[in-house]
Design a binder for this molecule. Structure first.
Ligand SMILES: [Zn+2]
Length: 288
């Protein structure tokens, strides 16, 4: 076969393949929420302005797999909270009615193939027990942290010996503001990046749709979108309670802040910011 024919055959073959991100879609699944004061969530916030905070998961359908990024609060959330949250911290971390991901997906025919954790904090991992057979992907550092951290950060009742941990490492491939990344399906549509600080193995997830729109789920590095402008840390007392390393957390805030200056087209969604999530809508509403 002549080279030109070979190239033609290759290009025809390639063009007949679907783009890997074809049909990629995601939905924010709101599992619970609470109203609190702006000042408790971000430095220099208002002591009179009320803000809504969500507990959520991100449901992602890629043609290769269906994933959850975090689980939000699961069907055992009340019992886990009763058992593991110290009484003096209970008022700080109370939450409203729970609508677990498992229940919201019932009857949909959607089956979860893997769960990715932004980090192992109780309000992100609570729903793991509703998906006992599903592999749980997290960096080695976060799996270690899940085994040694204690309430109010991590609840032992949410993990068991049968938790199907799937540890992973990042590759030294830069992605936007980050020096390392993990391209989950090799097509650039779902890319994890390390964000150590809030916890040792915290991660963020970029979702890039077929139309080029890019979303960044930034976990708990900031609870509020406005933490990335400034940048502004959490309220100092909240940060002392929940951020494992405050200096590293601030460095991650600054990194995302710089990235947004260079790439204002990226939509950032902190894990608890209800205003940011309202704009995407909630399952069964899909973003695609
Ligand atoms: Zn957290």
């Amino acid at each position: 076969m002549r080279l030109s024919h070979l190239l033609l055959a290759l290009s025809l073959g390639l063009s007949s393949l679907p783009a890997l991100a074809d049909g990629l879609r995601f939905a924010v699944v709101r599992t619970s929420g609470v109203t609190t004061l702006d000042a408790l969530t971000v430095a220099d916030g208002s002591w009179t302005e009320k803000v809504r905070m969500n507990h959520m998961a991100v449901l992602i359908q890629h043609h290769a797999a269906t994933l959850l990024f975090d689980t939000g609060l699961g069907s055992q959330a009340e019992a886990q909270f009763r058992q593991d949250m110290p009484w003096w911290d209970k008022p700080l971390f109370r939450f409203g009615q729970v609508s677990p991901v498992r229940d919201q997906l019932a009857g949909s025919g959607i089956r979860i193939d893997r769960i990715l954790l932004s980090h192992a904090h109780w309000d992100h991992a609570s729903g793991l027990s509703d998906f006992p057979d599903v592999p749980v992907w997290a960096p080695y550092a976060e799996i270690d942290y899940a085994h040694i951290a204690t309430p109010p950060a991590v609840f032992p009742s949410e993990f068991s010996a049968s938790t199907r941990w799937h540890p992973y490492a990042f590759s030294p491939t830069p992605f936007l503001a980050f020096d390392e990344s993990l391209d989950l399906f090799g097509d650039g549509s779902l890319v994890l990046v390390p964000m150590p600080g809030h916890t040792p193995g915290s991660v963020g997830l970029f979702i890039t749709l077929e139309n080029g729109r890019r979303y960044f789920f930034s976990g708990d590095t900031s609870w509020r979108l406005k933490g990335f402008s400034g940048p502004r840390q959490k309220f100092w007392a909240s940060s002392r309670l929940v951020d494992q390393n405050r200096e590293q957390t601030l460095a991650q805030l600054a990194k995302v802040h710089e990235m947004l200056i260079a790439h204002p087209e990226i939509t950032v969604i902190p894990a608890h910011d209800a205003d940011a999530q309202d704009r995407l809508g909630y399952y069964p509403q899909w973003v695609q």
